[in-house]
Design a protein around this ligand. Structure first.
Ligand SMILES: Cc1cc2nc3c(=O)[nH]c(=O)nc-3n(C[C@H](O)[C@H](O)[C@H](O)COP(=O)(O)O)c2cc1C
Length: 228
């Protein structure tokens, strides 16, 4: 299975086996994190920790993400760790984004964590297993890229983006209504990066050459875009 195909099979895993991933899997993950692509100008840091370093959460292990405090840095963490979320599930491990859990003794540049570990939860069988908004509620076109974007995970499943396809460009704008208005700002910033990763993987799968990934504007006017 490719990372693109994993988009249609992943789920948030909240039940884990106690047995830890084997040492080889952890060092593979470390290698992956050391080389994972980040957005231009961004350099988030990542640390793998076990449950002893965590307060709350479901998973026996976690990747803690660190960065400067800026909107673009949070979008970058979303983009980067969504690649890791898909990679972990592709390896047969479970993973879950966790805005509510925190590390013990957290440093000021801590932003969010992605929990992971062994699981016996099966992959999803396909698009129909996902609870998501209708495609035209999140996009101006129904196409393969929008369908992959639609399955992106988001905090409280808010799906706070709207995609617009134009000439050789896809833009996802923040679209936060209802409960989203009271969510802490940072969480939907991660969501914007997460959906950007799904858009990029889908375009690449379609044989497009991605030329530029960008974060534009700020606050509720923020958008992410891909030029290809
Ligand atoms: C930024 C972010 C933060 C999240 N925080 C939590 C959390 O604290 N607790 C939790 O159970 N799930 C959390 N989730 C998982 C979402 O609830 C989940 O992605 C969404 O309901 C869609 O379900 P799925 O990932 O299984 O497709 C978070 C997701 C994201 C993207």
């Amino acid at each position: 299975m490719t990372l693109y195909e994993t988009i249609f099979a992943r789920r948030s895993v909240r039940r884990y086996d106690e047995e830890p991933p084997d040492a080889a899997a952890l060092s593979e993950l470390q290698r992956y994190l050391d080389n994972v692509g980040q957005l231009p100008g961004q350099s988030a840091g990542f640390e793998i920790v076990d449950r002893d370093r965590l307060k709350g959460g479901f998973a026996p292990y976690a990747i803690l993400a660190y960065s400067e405090e800026s909107e673009a840095a949070c979008v970058n963490i979303g983009y980067t760790l969504q690649g890791v979320d898909l990679w972990l599930q592709n390896q047969g491990l479970g993973s879950v984004w966790c805005g509510m859990a925190t590390p013990l003794g957290k440093s000021p540049d801590y932003r969010i964590l992605l929990g992971f570990g062994r699981t016996s939860m099966p992959h999803r069988k396909g698009e129909d297993d996902f609870k998501r908004k209708g495609i035209l509620e999140i996009s101006n076109e129904d196409n393969a890229v929008a369908r992959a974007a639609r399955l992106a995970p988001s905090a409280v499943n808010l799906q706070p983006w709207f995609l617009t396809f134009s000439d050789r460009q896809v833009e996802a704008k923040v679209n936060v209504r209802g409960i989203g208005r009271v969510l802490p700002g940072r969480l939907w910033l991660f969501d914007m990066g997460i959906v950007l990763r799904h858009i990029e993987l889908a375009l690449t799968h379609e044989g497009k050459v991605v030329k530029e990934l960008a974060v534009n504007g700020s606050g509720r006017s923020l958008s992410v875009s891909v030029r290809y």
